[in-house]
Design a protein around this ligand. Structure first.
Ligand SMILES: [Zn+2]
Length: 531
């Protein structure tokens, strides 16, 4: 499984001419075009939940289960009992190993099994299950509870780290320790990331200026990008800058190949899982936006890197490409830079999350008396203060309705759906409402779900003139590739609507194991029937 972080389906077609041909000399395979032309391409594949963010996006890929039951309702959410936010893979009982970050990490908050978990259960633990990504949440949520190894990077050092959830003895696997000792990222200090395609390739981009680009970790707003984090010598800001370069993608994929070799993945008759996330694409997309030269170039670099990875993988695994099922997908897409859309004449912008909380608070004060009504907004939910509601002896629904009504009056808000109406099934019969249902976990989600209009997002008070973001149920956020190739895959282009929750039951079918516990996707039509 290769989940590319923030990779829209249109990147496959918009940049297709820049990608490697499907077949390369010497029997080698290309990248995306090999997957698209020699494998199965689901061209109408979407995430079907809200919010469309990294935690929820990865939580569905290997579980087949939307957040309404898998529990990953956001990257973070508020926990009224503690009065604090909880990060989606936070687990204070599982401290990190080889990371300066204090927060413990595990799959504890994922309330269902993954494909890897089911393989572990059905093979007496002999299946090997690995996850790797720059971002902890991506690897953890795909690999699951029983994985042999899940690794992510310490953002200040670029070193591979894990947690006691995966290594009780508080050491790293020797292979990861060895990679860390090579200090690969440091070799790129001071290098320049330059445009790898002819300048004419940029003619397709609708935006001809770097005015909407942010300057992440002092990489600059346009090519060429000097990768030093603005530092004289290697330090945390350099590693943050490194994470936005093509070399970071190579770092993740080359480390993955070392795991394949060291752990002997795919060497015997028992199916193994390797779940990889390429976090770099998301960092680049957030900083420069989907219509930037940087996103174009990093997509081209990703294609090359995937080609190299697949060729090495197929050379290592007996049976090569016919013995491996490869999936390429993404955890979400991204909206265009909102200021650029506004400048093009669209109604676009940001609604202020703090203003919205104030607006709701004011309405509830006015209607029910001055008190402390709102606890917190964490996208996409507002949490109301249940103690206040109880003290005023008010029906919960009445307060929710007033809060939702106030929210709906704010610019940029399309709808505000209340907990009670969601749990009672009282939302309109729309695809959007179904996505809200699929995102709402009764014990984890908040009280009012806020849904933006097209080209609007919740954010800090000013319109973020730079960069781009995602979370909403529009095609720019929901539509992602589902590409399959290799073992069990029927070559072809599939135009039927498909969902990212379809991937896990499809892989479970090919691996002949139980479906993950919360799986409710369909087996994709692109796999060959097998008993
Ligand atoms: Zn993401």
């Amino acid at each position: 499984m290769i989940a590319i972080d923030q990779f829209r389906a249109d990147y496959l077609t918009r940049f297709e001419d820049l990608y490697l041909p499907a077949k390369l000399p010497g029997g080698r395979v290309g990248g995306f075009r090999w997957m698209m032309e020699q494998g199965a391409s689901h061209v109408d594949a979407h995430h079907v939940h809200i919010p469309v963010a990294t935690g929820p996006g990865h939580s569905v890929l290997m579980t087949g289960c939307p957040p309404y039951r898998n529990g990953i309702v956001g990257n973070n959410w508020f926990v009224p009992a503690t009065g604090k936010d909880l990060y989606c893979v936070q687990d204070d009982t599982s401290p990190q190993i080889n990371s300066a970050e204090k927060q413990g990490i595990s799959a504890k908050n994922l309330l269902v099994t993954t494909l890897g978990d089911e393989l572990k259960l059905s093979t007496g633990g002999r299946s090997k299950v690995w996850g790797i990504a720059i971002k902890d949440r991506a690897g953890v949520l795909m690999a699951g509870h029983l994985a042999d190894g899940v690794y992510w990077t310490d953002e200040d050092t670029g070193q591979w780290a894990t947690s006691t959830a995966y290594r009780k003895d508080r050491t790293l696997h020797p292979v990861m320790d060895a990679i860390n000792k090579e200090a690969v990222p440091a070799k790129y200090f001071g290098r320049t990331w330059d445009l790898s395609v002819p300048a004419s390739a940029l003619e397709r981009l609708p935006i001809k200026t770097d005015a909407y680009a942010s300057n992440p970790s002092k990489l600059g707003t346009k090519f060429p990008h000097k990768v030093d984090g603005g530092l004289d010598k290697i330090g945390p800001n350099f590693f943050k800058a490194f994470a936005l370069t093509p070399w970071a993608i190579d770092y993740v994929l080359n480390s993955s190949l070392r795991i394949v070799k060291d752990q002997q993945l795919g060497q015997d008759a028992i199916t193994d899982v390797l779940a990889i996330n390429l976090s770099t694409n998301d960092y680049v997309g957030h900083a420069y936006g989907p219509y930037s030269p940087e996103v174009l170039d990093i997509s081209v670099a990703t294609d090359r890197a995937i080609s190299n990875f697949l060729n090495s993988l197929f050379a290592q695994v007996p049976g090569g490409s016919s013995a491996v099922t490869v999936v390429i997908t993404a955890d979400h897409g991204v909206a265009p830079n909102l200021q650029s859309m506004k400048d093009l004449g669209f109604d676009a912008g940001v609604w202020s999350t703090s203003d919205l909380v104030k607006r709701i608070e004011a309405r509830l004060d006015k209607e029910f008396g001055e008190d402390d009504w709102v606890l917190k907004y964490v996208s996409p939910y507002v949490w109301l203060n249940q103690k206040t509601i109880a003290r005023h002896n008010l029906p919960r629904q009445k307060v929710e309705d007033a809060a939702a009504e106030a929210a709906m009056e704010a610019a940029g808000i399309y709808a505000a759906y209340t907990r009670t109406s969601i749990l009672h099934g009282a939302l309109p019969q729309t695809e959007l409402a179904r996505a809200v249902y699929r995102g709402f976990h009764p014990q984890v989600s908040g009280d009012i779900a806020l849904i933006s209009r097209a080209f609007f997002l919740g954010g800090s008070t000013a319109l973020p003139a730079k960069g781009a973001s995602h979370t909403e149920f529009f095609t720019y956020d929901t539509r992602v590739p589902i590409l399959l190739a290799g073992f069990g895959v029927k070559r072809g282009v599939y135009t039927e609507r498909a969902a990212t929750i379809d991937i896990a039951p499809t892989l479970a079918y090919l691996a002949k194991v139980n479906q993950p516990s919360g799986s409710e996707g369909h087996i994709l039509p692109s796999v060959s029937p097998r008993r």
